[in-house]
Write a protein that binds this ligand. Structure first.
Ligand SMILES: *Cc1c(COP(=O)(O)O)cnc(C)c1O
Length: 383
């Protein structure tokens, strides 16, 4: 005999609705229109996406060839621990192999660090506001308090306020440099000073997803100095300058003792076998990477100067995107400009979800995409 499932006041079976309160508080993710939906809605044959900071040159030809030649390996489990990729990363970034934790995107490493370090109901995690949404999502999902400290009005970092928000229960401080969505990139000395002033059990996670786009990496990155700072972990990704966003590959560099704990709890095959081959090829294709940086830096210059000439407030960016506010006498608000550009087949990023409703973020595209965007933008701000 079967007993009917008990129902709650939504009329749904209790077995599917009795979930952790942290989860019930999450808002469902609302994806934007897909490229195909935009084409159909506005009758367009071509749509360009400058919204997710992807590589404007696409996928490296060497990576494509590698993926094709290894496609027959898809039936195999990947080698546990991805030792070949770990070696390649260690060589490329001059860091010890045992300090590297590879993840299914750096998102996975963010999630693992939070779960390894923070005790639900006891610890807190501190970051600036605005910041990358993943820090907040995973912290709250873990039942850990998330504290945010506003950045300065020019989007530079208020270090004093950040340190003041920490206490002996702070498990992690997250900073993003260059920052997303502003593009702000502090001098490395500021990061070093922060690392020296945090409580002793607190880990400083420096998310350097966009660091290689900076003009002068050594002036900004703490990666080469990591061995002097055992309380610091660095995050890097293959999603941006290496053009592998869709394959999901990122990594953290941290003290080997912490790396060892994180690797113990990582799901055994979270990095798939083709992503591992692709990652190794992406590191080998130095021509593609150098070309990406060149195109990005030139595009950044071009877009910044064009947007400024059009009357926008452009925030200086060291990354592969630019945040800007519209001219004072613009006929449309940021959401209106976003929609007007969408109807012309150009997707950029409105920043309402970062609580920056008056700002927009545009990813740096290919030379042609940048020109198309600027031409369309000049048209829509004229009204
Ligand atoms: C894009 C981005 C990443 C990379 O995430 P992946 O999971 O590696 O794709 C990490 N941090 C920030 C701030 C980003 O904008």
């Amino acid at each position: 005999m079967t007993t009917p499932a008990k129902r709650d006041d939504t009329g749904l079976p209790e077995a599917v609705t009795s979930i952790r309160p942290e989860v019930a508080a999450f808002k469902p993710y609302t994806p934007g229109l897909s490229i195909d939906e935009i084409k159909e809605r506005y009758g367009l044959s071509q749509v360009i996406k400058m919204a997710s900071n992807e590589n404007p040159l696409g996928t490296s030809p060497l990576v494509q060839a590698t993926l094709r030649s290894h496609s027959d390996m898809a039936f195999r489990y990947v080698q546990s621990g991805n030792p070949k990729l770990v070696k390649a990363i260690a060589r490329k970034f001059s860091v010890p192999e045992n300090s590297i934790v590879i993840g299914n995107g750096s998102d996975e490493v963010i999630d693992l660090l939070i779960r390894v370090k923070a005790q639900p109901g006891q610890h807190n995690i501190v970051a600036f506001k605005p910041c990358f949404s993943m820090y907040e999502l995973q912290t709250k999902f873990c039942g850990v308090e998330f504290r945010q400290v506003p950045v300065n009005s020019d989007f530079s970092f208020d270090w004093k306020a950040l340190v003041a928000a920490t206490d002996e229960n702070t498990a992690i401080v997250f900073i993003t440099t260059p920052d997303n969505p502003s593009g702000y990139c502090p001098p490395v000395q500021d990061v070093i000073d922060l690392a020296k002033s945090l409580p002793s059990s607190c880990l400083l996670v420096v998310d350097e997803a966009y660091m290689d786009f900076a003009e002068d990496e050594t002036a900004h990155s703490i990666l080469p100095k990591l061995e002097a700072f055992p309380n610091v972990a660095i995050l890097r990704t293959f999603s941006k300058s290496y053009g592998l966003a869709g394959l999901r590959l990122g990594f953290g560099v941290m003290h080997p003792a912490l790396a060892d704990y994180v690797k113990r709890v990582r799901l055994p095959f979270s990095i798939n076998i083709l992503a591992e081959f692709a990652g190794i090829a992406a590191l080998e294709d130095t021509v593609f990477h150098a070309e990406t940086l060149k195109i990005t830096r030139e595009g950044r210059q071009y877009l910044s100067s064009e947007l400024r000439q059009a009357g926008c407030t452009v925030y200086p960016s060291a990354a592969n995107f630019i945040m800007f506010a519209l001219p004072e006498r613009c006929p449309l608000d940021a959401q209106g400009i976003f929609e007007a550009l969408l109807s012309r087949g150009i997707i950029i990023r409105p920043l309402r979800s970062y609580e920056l409703a008056h700002c927009l973020r545009v990813s740096i595209g290919s030379t042609q995409e940048n020109t198309l965007f600027i031409d369309a933008f000049k048209e829509v701000i004229r009204g």
